[in-house]
Design a protein around this ligand. Structure first.
Ligand SMILES: Nc1ncnc2c1ncn2[C@@H]1O[C@H](COP(=O)(O)OP(=O)(O)OP(=O)(O)O)[C@@H](O)[C@H]1O
Ligand SMILES: [Mg+2]
Length: 466
């Protein structure tokens, strides 16, 4: 009886008449257009249901049917009721076992959801189950979706462990070159073993669909954190970037260039371990010269892309990833991407031509050494950046210890700016300072100086005339 009144009281706090948001709406943010990719269509007959008990995933998994389990999870995810109340409803279901009361009746009677909402939730639960059935894996729930693929939480039955499965769209299977590269890169990525890299576990194919099994990261992405907190504190950002620099050192030593370093590809576990995701996959995907690849670029990558990647350079080295990490660092510290534009082309043109507004001019609390590191990471020319992840780590460690930096300095930055000016067409040079924070400051100082001089001359002339 007490349980039912708690449920009713809690249910009253929520407006049960409101429509549910579409799947994924809460992940939409201003800096990147929302993903519009639909969940993968069923790859074959039947679909995997949610995990039975023992996955530790949700209270719903301890409820009656698989469908009830998914509905229970969706209620919590949608914020219609907290986990404790759904657990209470499940307990009520158990207590009523044998009396023929359905889980949906209990939920509606307790005013947790309306019948209409329940119908929608059941539809969603059904579409969520139309996931690829992969032998040896039990699909549990969708973790998220990017512009190119959807990622699911699954249980690898043989090893009784949770994994993340990325299901690639069917279009990829049409391009033999892509498939070959995808497998080659995936196999190589699987040989990498580093605490700061999301482990690649398996590549496979079911019907026409390819999938990629990887270590499950129980946590969130840097992107989620930027969205939640607007921007990060200096020290937090330094520590995250330090761990990714260590991941890059390992990957680069093994001959990998990631090419798609961005907040969404950096995950943080609940215990604070930072992990770089999509290694191997990013490279394979970035080589797909199709409309999908174009779309992928438009959906986020241009904000963090290095100038040499914009130019289409084929011999990318570690500085390309260091630039991407620098752009990510910039976003973490300021809450803004380094360059914005009306379309991907304009953003990429800025990466090529426009001077960077120093991060400490945007947020006053950013230390000079942190700003200097970001600026060196994002130098236009690869030769002006850190040449290796180790060099970057050295400076990050010094910044964390509040010691003078070894590589980055504003003087070095000025010479980088000068070398950039040398190599830039005259018209572009004339245009550049307008959008540069530092260059604008110089102009301002010059104008103020000249004005002061004119005023002084005027006063002298007036005095002489008197
Ligand atoms: N190994 C993992 N463990 C847990 N969650 C993951 C894992 N990999 C991805 N995810 C989740 O799935 C979401 C989608 O990942 P995916 O790599 O498909 O796209 P993305 O990197 O977010 O975006 P984009 O398509 O622009 O590259 C991520 O944002 C993250 O929330
Ligand atoms: Mg990703």
């Amino acid at each position: 009886m007490r349980l039912v009144s708690v449920l009713i009281a809690r249910a009253r706090e929520y407006s049960c008449g409101t429509d549910l948001l579409p799947f994924g709406t809460t992940r939409t943010v201003s800096t990147q257009p929302p993903s519009s990719s639909p969940p993968p269509s069923p790859g074959g007959p039947g679909a995997a249901g949610p995990s039975p008990s023992g996955t530790g995933e949700s209270a719903g998994s301890r409820s009656g049917s698989a469908s009830d389990s998914l509905v229970a999870r969706l209620i919590v995810e949608r914020g219609l009721a907290p986990q404790t109340e759904v657990d209470a409803a499940i307990a009520a279901l158990r207590a009523n076992a044998g009396q023929g009361r359905a889980f949906s009746d209990i939920l509606v009677d307790a005013q947790i959801v309306t019948r209409r909402q329940l119908a929608r939730l059941r539809n969603e639960a059904e579409s969520d189950k139309t996931v690829l059935r992969i032998p040896g894996f039990q699909m549990i729930r969708k973790l998220g979706a990017g512009a190119m693929a959807s990622v699911y939480l699954a249980k690898q039955v043989s090893l009784d462990r949770l994994v993340a499965v990325k299901v690639l769209p069917k279009q990829f299977s049409a391009d033999q070159n892509f498939i070959e590269r995808f497998y080659r890169e995936g196999q190589a990525a699987a040989k990498l073993s580093d605490p700061n890299i999301v482990g690649a576990l398996e590549l496979g194919r079911v019907g026409e669909q390819h999938y990629f099994v990887m270590e499950y990261v129980d946590g969130d992405t840097v992107y989620d954190r930027i969205v939640a907190a607007k921007r990060m504190k200096d020290r937090d950002a330094l520590q995250i970037v330090r761990q990714i620099a260590s991941a890059l050192k390992h990957a680069h030593a093994a001959g990998f260039i990631h090419r798609d370093i961005k907040p969404k590809n950096i995950m943080i576990t609940r215990s604070g371990v930072v992990k770089l995701a999509d290694l191997g996959l990013a490279r394979a995907m970035s080589d797909k010269k199709t409309a999908e690849a174009e779309r992928h670029k438009a959906f986020g990558t241009p904000y963090y892309i290095s100038p040499e990647q914009v130019r289409g350079a084929v011999d990318l080295g570690p500085p390309a990833d260091i630039y991407g990490l620098g752009a990510t660092f910039y976003h973490m510290l300021t809450g803004r991407v380094p360059f914005e534009g009306r379309d991907p082309t304009e953003v990429m043109r800025h990466h090529l031509e426009s001077p960077l507004t120093p991060p400490d001019q945007i947020v006053s609390g950013i230390s000079q050494s942190t700003a200097e590191i970001v600026e060196m990471m994002m130098a236009k020319k690869a030769k002006d950046r850190y040449q290796s992840a180790q060099e970057l780590m050295d400076d990050l460690d010094l910044a964390l210890a509040a010691q003078p930096l070894r590589y980055a300095s504003r003087e070095a930055d000025i010479s980088a700016l000068a070398s950039q000016v040398e190599g830039t067409a005259e018209t572009e040079v004339a245009e550049a300072p307008r959008s540069s924070g530092r260059a604008s400051s110089l102009h301002l100082a010059l104008i103020i100086g000249l004005s002061a001089l004119s005023a002084a001359l005027l006063i002298i002339i007036l005095l002489i005339r008197k």
